[in-house]
Design a protein around this ligand. Structure first.
Ligand code: ATR
Length: 249
């Protein structure tokens, strides 16, 4: 209920002169919510943690990226039934493609974290042809994610998120993507990559948006790196969501 989405979508609906309102629903059970959504003829909705995975079995159309990531954050009601999308996928990728000149083919990319948020990130990177290294505090989670998204000829590498990986970060420093909660409010004073010194040629992308500029991102910017804040990802995924919602209003 602390989501920023109502503040984004309601003005967007007004601007589009759409006869619609976006309201938060506290949901315990996906099936019960869908029954209610049917009764009320709700045209579309956002799905937040912890329901992004649980909703998938109830969808009539699951788009390939939603299936692969295993998480759905947007549902719309179309002639085909309930369609589920993952707008974090384009929301993450588009700002990065914009800054990197349109291609990530063979780009060495280091991803920090291997949790839920890292899934859409790693999938988008692998789909774009990047060479990916995943570093995580719990190495087994990094290993699982790496094996799930590796492809023939495109092995995803993994390792621990600590000083022993500093040289490997250097080797994969084309883009560094931060997906953990380290540095997120209320832990603003923390930097998950404090063991690494930026060269200045890295693109650094932190998907955290509270605060907009994390300690990691400020340190990267001070070293001359190009940086992308989580706010860019949030806004881009919200734009995609808006387009989907407006398509069924
Ligand atoms: P999310 O959906 O936000 O990704 P998650 O699935 O719980 O949430 O994943 C949290 C990520 O942040 C994980 O990569 C986690 O590392 P572990 O797998 O080792 O738990 C990482 N993380 C959270 N707190 C951390 C900390 N204090 N230090 C390092 N990594 C941390």
């Amino acid at each position: 209920l602390h989501s920023r989405s109502p503040a984004y979508h309601n003005p967007a609906f007004r601007e589009a002169r759409a006869h619609a309102v976006y309201v938060p629903f506290p949901v315990d059970d996906c099936e019960a919510f869908i029954a209610l959504a049917d009764l009320l003829d709700i045209r579309g909705w956002s799905v937040t943690i912890p329901h992004k995975k649980a909703i998938i079995p109830f969808l009539d159309v699951v788009h390939p990226e939603t299936r692969a990531i295993g998480a759905c954050n947007t549902v719309i009601r179309t002639v085909r039934g309930l369609e589920g999308f993952n707008t974090d996928f384009p929301g993450f990728l588009e700002p990065l493609l914009e800054i990197s000149g349109g291609s990530l083919e063979d780009m060495p990319v280091c991803v920090l974290g291997a949790g839920g948020a890292a899934r859409a990130v790693v999938y988008a990177l692998v789909e774009s042809g990047a060479r990916v290294l995943i570093l995580n505090r719990t190495v087994s989670r990094a290993a699982e994610l790496a094996s799930e998204f590796s492809r023939p000829g495109k092995q995803v590498e993994y390792g621990p998120l600590d000083a022993s990986s500093a040289d490997r970060v250097g080797a994969y420093r084309g883009v560094i993507v931060q997906t953990t909660q380290v540095g997120m409010h209320p832990h603003e004073d923390r930097d998950p990559l404090e063991f690494y010194r930026f060269q200045g040629d890295e693109i650094v992308y932190d998907i955290v948006y509270t605060p907009e500029y994390t300690r990691l991102l400020c340190r990267a910017r001070d070293a001359g790196c190009r940086v992308i804040s989580g706010m860019r990802m949030f806004e881009t995924q919200a734009e995609h969501q808006k387009r989907l919602f407006l398509s069924v209003l």
